[in-house]
Design a protein around this ligand. Structure first.
Ligand code: NAD
Ligand code: IPM
Ligand code: MN
Length: 361
């Protein structure tokens, strides 16, 4: 079986971490009977450097020709990178938002799991995380503030900026369904996160989520205001199973949840539409501060590749093998610097990829 995978190496640490994920995919293929045919695509800063724009029509159409896309993060340091001298619609992040929209990737799954072995890297007290936690953040990815109208103009001589936050009931219903579907396969609990005490878009969100819940009598639904959720994530992360939320809240809460697992370098993600196609990328950024040092944690990208095997290719056993290999590597005491703790062995990006490969069975 040949898997057709588009690869966007991205910027900053992107190429380093994607390299390790490809290594792990190839190794897994040797054991599980598949080969990967990779097509390199450009997005973000690398695309600006080559073509002057962060996303070309060619990248969009080639992405569509593949069964899935594996991606490293894009973007640079806004203080120093020339990409940020361009107008906002031509910067790296604009390319990422557009490809999400073009491919209709409305469902962004970000699993935040505390590995037994990483309790020492978690900043929370032992008593809070003694039983670990395993939550799935289901973030809406193609609506809300990210895709509303924007403007900056002078009004009565005062410079004024606007960003519009819109959700319609169909956008809410389709992501809510995804949230309940996934909860059904897990601990059957959905926490829908909104700001319904202030925002109309959140009040509509709550109404549609409740309507959807009626079709899932076996799943428990609770509502939580986003500010409380940010607090609860550090007070008692184990209370969560599926967190269902809109685009911006999901962006912020997922970074918070990632740190509770030990590091942003551990948080995988899958961006899905209504088909088997998906775009798989770590949830964190291109980390310009540590790029080209060979120290970035590739695990989020490797776990994203496991999500690809599961969701886009139905290769569940192969995905399990990758996840198990990550656990075994951590159990053996190997750590990149971001998850390092006393008594463990610190290794670099490439050695982490090699160690994980050695545990693929
Ligand atoms: P960031 O996530 O890149 O970095 C935040 C901190 O986390 C840094 O200290 C970084 O070194 C660390 N970090 C991130 N990933 C790591 C890893 N795999 N291993 C070890 N440490 C890691 O966030 P930022 O600095 O706010 O953003 C940098 C750039 O990345 C910006 O241009 C931003 O727009 C972009 N970005 C892209 C994506 C994406 O492509 N999906 C996501 C987030 C941010
Ligand atoms: C993410 C990133 C992106 C987002 C940025 C780079 C546009 O932070 O994937 O979490 O906000 O969605
Ligand atoms: Mn983010």
């Amino acid at each position: 079986m040949e898997l057709k995978i588009g690869v966007i190496k991205g910027d900053g640490i992107g190429p380093e971490i994607v390299e390790e994920a490809m290594k792990v995919l190839d190794k897994t293929g040797e054991h599980y009977g598949f080969t990967c045919q990779y097509t390199q695509l450009l997005l973000g800063g690398a695309s600006i450097d080559a073509y002057g724009v962060p996303l070309t029509e060619e990248t969009i159409s080639e992405a569509k020709e593949n069964q899935a896309v594996l991606m490293g993060s894009i973007g640079g340091d806004a203080k120093v990178s020339p990409w940020y001298k361009l107008e906002p619609s031509k910067r790296p992040e604009a390319g990422l938002l557009r490809i999400r929209k073009e491919l209709n990737l409305f469902a962004n799954l970000r699993p935040a799991v505390l590995y037994e072995e990483l309790k020492g890297a978690c900043p929370l007290k032992e008593e809070i995380v003694k039983d670990g936690f395993d939550m799935m953040i289901m973030r809406e990815l193609t609506g809300g503030l990210y895709f509303g109208r924007r403007s900056t103009e002078e009004e009565n001589g005062i410079l004024t900026a606007r960003d519009e936050l819109t959700y319609n009931e169909e956008e809410i219903r389709r992501i809510a369904k995804r949230g309940f579907d996934i909860a059904r396969k897990r601990k059957k609990k959905v926490t829908s996160v909104d700001k319904a005490n202030v925002l109309d878009s959140s009040r509509l969100w709550r109404k549609i989520v409740e309507e959807t819940a009626a079709e899932y009598p076996d799943v428990t639904l609770e509502h939580m205001l986003v500010d409380n959720c940010a607090m609860q994530l550090v007070k008692d992360p184990a209370q969560f199973d599926v967190i269902l939320t809109e685009n911006m809240f999901g962006d912020i809460l997922s970074d918070e949840a990632s740190m509770v697992t030990g590091s942003i370098g551990m948080l995988a993600s899958a961006s899905l539409n209504e088909t088997k196609f998906g775009l798989y990328e770590p949830s964190g950024g291109s980390a310009p501060d540590i790029a080209e040092k060979g120290i970035a944690n590739p695990i989020a990208t490797i776990l994203s590749a496991a999500m690809m095997l599961r969701f886009s290719f139905d290769l569940d056993k192969a995905a399990d093998a990758v996840e198990a290999a990550v656990e075994k590597t951590l159990r053996a005491g190997y750590r990149t610097v971001d998850i390092m703790s006393e008594g463990k062995k610190q290794i670099g990006t490439s050695e982490m990829g090699d160690r994980i490969c050695s545990y693929i069975k």
